[in-house]
Design a protein around this ligand. Structure first.
Ligand code: NAD
Length: 440
C-alpha cells in the first residue's frame, strides 16, 4: 500500500518505519527541514532502541522516504496518517492547530479517494473536525479514521510491531477493511484489532492513559501513608499487585509521571469532561497529586539540608522522565533541578541518553558529565530521578568514596533501605523508612 505519515516525531517515525518494514511504500513528511535532512542522511533525531537499523534498512530498500513536500506525499498515497504533535493549550485542552493544518493541506492535495487517519492523540470529536477541514478543500471522497497509538517511548518499535491491541474507529466498511489489512502483519499472534465507532476510539486512548496515570498517583498517595506509619510501600505494592483483579504493573510509586503524554492527556481529558458536563473530579485529583509528587525530592533535600543550598554541590542521576528515552518533556528532574538552582546549589548531573537535551534546556546552569561516578565528587547528596539499569546495581564503595557525605535521595526506590544503612548511607526513598540518619 502507499502510505504517507505526516509528522515525523516519536510516533510518526516509528509508525512509518514499521509500516515500511511490512512491505508498504511509506513517505514520512514533516515541516522541519533540518529533521528531514538528518533522516535522509540516515541520522535518527531521537533515541529509541531498535529504530536506527529499522530506518536504515527501509531507507536502503527504497520503501521508506522522507520529505518536507507534504502535498506530494499526500498525492502519492492512498492512506495518510496524521501524527503531528497535540501539545497542551494554555487552558489544558489539546491544541489541535497542527492536526487541522495537516488536514487542510491534505484536502488541498487530494487527487483521488483516500483514507485519512488521526493517529495523534486527539479529543473526542476531532475526527469530525478533520473530515470538515479536508472536505472544505476538495470534492474527492475521504474516509476518516481514528487510530490512536499506544506505543511507549523506550520500547516504541517493539510496541508497534507487537501491539497488545490495535484500536480503529471508523464510519465506513471500506476503511475498516483497509485498516484491518494494513495492520494484519502486526497481529499475527492473535492480538485484537478492535474496530469500533470513531468516538469510542478517541475516548479509548485518553481513558487508557488516564487509567495508568491514576494507578501511579494512587500508589504515590499510598506511599505517603506508608511514610507516616512506618509501613513499606514495596510490600503493599506486592500485596495488592498479586490480586489478579489488580495486577502488578504500573504500581510503582516514585517522583510522579512526566513525559509528553500522561500530563497533557490527563489535563485534556479533564477539560473535555468538564466541557461536556461529565465529572472529572477523579482525574483532577490524579493531576493535583502528580504536581505535588514532582516536588517530593526537592522537599526532602530542603527538609534535610535547609532552604539555603549555597556552596553545596548536589549530584543528579537521571534526567529523562523515565528510563530508555532521551525525552525530558515534563520530567520530574526539571522541578528538582530548578528548585536546587534557585536555592543556590551547584548541580552536577548524569544521564545515559538525555545529556544533549539537558544541555539544550539548562545551558551552563548545570554541569553534565559522561561518567556517573564523576558527578558524585564532593557532592553533599545524590538525587536519583530515573530508573536506568546502570543505576540499579552501582559500585556502592565508589559512590561512598566520591560523595562528600554518603547521602542519597532516591525517587525510584532502586535500593534496599536496610542494606544502604549497613553500608553507611543516609538513604531516603518513596514510601519506605528513611535509614542511616545519625541519631541526635
Ligand atoms: P513529536 O513532537 O515528537 O513529533 C511531532 C512532529 O510533527 C514534529 O516533528 C513536528 O515538526 C511535526 N509537525 C507539526 N506540525 C506539522 C505539520 N503541519 N505538518 C507536518 N509535520 C508537522 O510528537 P510525538 O511524541 O510523536 O506525538 C505525536 C502525537 O502522538 C501526539 O498527539 C501524542 O500525544 C501522540 N502519542 C505520543 C506518544 C509518545 O510516546 N510520544 C505515544 C502515543 C501517542
Amino acid at each position: 500500500m502507499h502510505v504517507a505519515v505526516i509528522g515525523t516525531g516519536y510516533v510518526g517515525l516509528v509508525a512509518g518505519a514499521c509500516l515500511a518494514e511490512t512491505g508498504n511504500d511509506v513517505i514520512c513528511a514533516d515541516i522541519l527541514e533540518e529533521k528531514i535532512a538528518r533522516l535522509n542522511a540516515g541520522e535518527i533525531p531521537i533515541y529509541e532502541p531498535g529504530l536506527e537499523p529499522l530506518v536504515a534498512r527501509n531507507l536502503r530498500s527504497g520503501r521508506l522516504t522522507f520529505t518536507t513536500d507534504i502535498p506530494a506525499a499526500v498525492k502519492a498515497s492512498d492512506i495518510i496518517f496524521i501524527a503531528v504533535g497535540t501539545p497542551r493549550d494554555e487552558d489544558g485542552s489539546a491544541d489541535l492547530q497542527h492536526v487541522l493544518e495537516a488536514a487542510r493541506t491534505i484536502g488541498q492535495s487530494m487527487n483521488t479517494e483516500k483514507i485519512v487517519i488521526a493517529k495523534s492523540t486527539v479529543p473526542v470529536g476531532t475526527a469530525a473536525k478533520v473530515r470538515e477541514a479536508v472536505e472544505a478543500e476538495t470534492d474527492h471522497k475521504v474516509h476518516v479514521c481514528s487510530n490512536p497509538e499506544f506505543l511507549k517511548e523506550g520500547a516504541a518499535v517493539d510496541d508497534f510491531m507487537k501491539p497488545d491491541r490495535v484500536i480503529i474507529g471508523v464510519d465506513s466498511d471500506y476503511a475498516a477493511e483497509v485498516m484491518r489489512d494494513l495492520y494484519s502483519p502486526f497481529v499475527r499472534t492473535g492480538n485484537a484489532v478492535l474496530i469500533m465507532d470513531i468516538a469510542s476510539a478517541e475516548i479509548t486512548k485518553y481513558a487508557a492513559n488516564a487509567m495508568l496515570a491514576t494507578r501511579i498517583s494512587f500508589m504515590n498517595a499510598v506511599a505517603g501513608l506508608c511514610e507516616r506509619t512506618g509501613a513499606d510501600v514495596n510490600m503493599v505494592r506486592q500485596g495488592i499487585g498479586s490480586d489478579q483483579r489488580i495486577g502488578s504493573q504500573f504500581l510503582f510509586p516514585g517522583v510522579g509521571y512526566g513525559g509528553s503524554c500522561f500530563p497533557k492527556d490527563v489535563k485534556a481529558l479533564i477539560r473535555t469532561m468538564a466541557e461536556l458536563g461529565a465529572d472529572p473530579s477523579i482525574l483532577q485529583a490524579v493531576d493535583d497529586l502528580n504536581d505535588h509528587q514532582k516536588g517530593l525530592l526537592l522537599g526532602l533535600v530542603v527538609d534535610r539540608l535547609g532552604e539555603d543550598l549555597t556552596g553545596l554541590t548536589i549530584a543528579v542521576w537521571g534526567l529523562a522522565f523515565k528510563a530508555n528515552t532521551d525525552d525530558m518533556r515534563e520530567a520530574p528532574s526539571l522541578v528538582t533541578i530548578e528548585g536546587l538552582l534557585e536555592r543556590g546549589a551547584r548541580v552536577v548531573a548524569h544521564d545515559p541518553e538525555a545529556m544533549t537535551e539537558a544541555a539544550r534546556r539548562f545551558g551552563d546552569r548545570i554541569e553534565l558529565l559522561d561518567d556517573a561516578y564523576a558527578v558524585l565528587e564532593g557532592a553533599t547528596a545524590l538525587v536519583i530521578h530515573t530508573e536506568w539499569n546502570p543505576y540499579r546495581r552501582p559500585g556502592f564503595d565508589r559512590m561512598k568514596a566520591a560523595l562528600a557525605e554518603p547521602r542519597i535521595f532516591d525517587g525510584r526506590n532502586l535500593y534496599d533501605p536496610a542494606g544502604m544503612a549497613r553500608m553507611g548511607f543516609e538513604y531516603y526513598s518513596v514510601g519506605r523508612a528513611v535509614t542511616g540518619v545519625a541519631e541526635g
